[in-house]
Design a protein. Sequence first.
Length: 166
Amino acid sequence: MANIDPTLAQDQILVGEQLYAEAIDIILTSAEREILIFDQDLKHGDFSSKQKTELFQQFLNKSPSNQLTIILQEPSYFLQKCPRLMSLLEIYGHKMAVFETNQTVKYAKDCFILVDKKNYIRRIHVNQAHFRYGLNDLAYVGVLSARFQELQDAIQEPVTITKLGL
């Protein structure tokens, strides 16, 4: 697991894009079985970096049953600015899925990541770098898990690396 920076105290509101990216690293490093991500577009959090891609790849290689699910409101940034993550989707399509929401949940302005039904990070509003994270917080993760299920029910279509057609 990543070394926890003392400035990244759990279960309190933290502020800053760099701290947000570091806290995501902590959460991703803790993953053993499942990562669930809801985000508007993956612009914040350094998702296009080589480091994040390596964390995802390490997770996906850890076990044949590991699963990574990403739900986005708008996939353009992912498709255009995250070629490393797109490569992972191509390689690990059997363990990784990316979906776009339908219009019914486009109003949501927070983002969150759930790991193994016990760890989380939640950005309170996409346009503000205010967030909190927690390890082994089953109660709060339970609330976010129910929310993720609602988002899964509002999936429009999978995001694919190739266009389907005749």
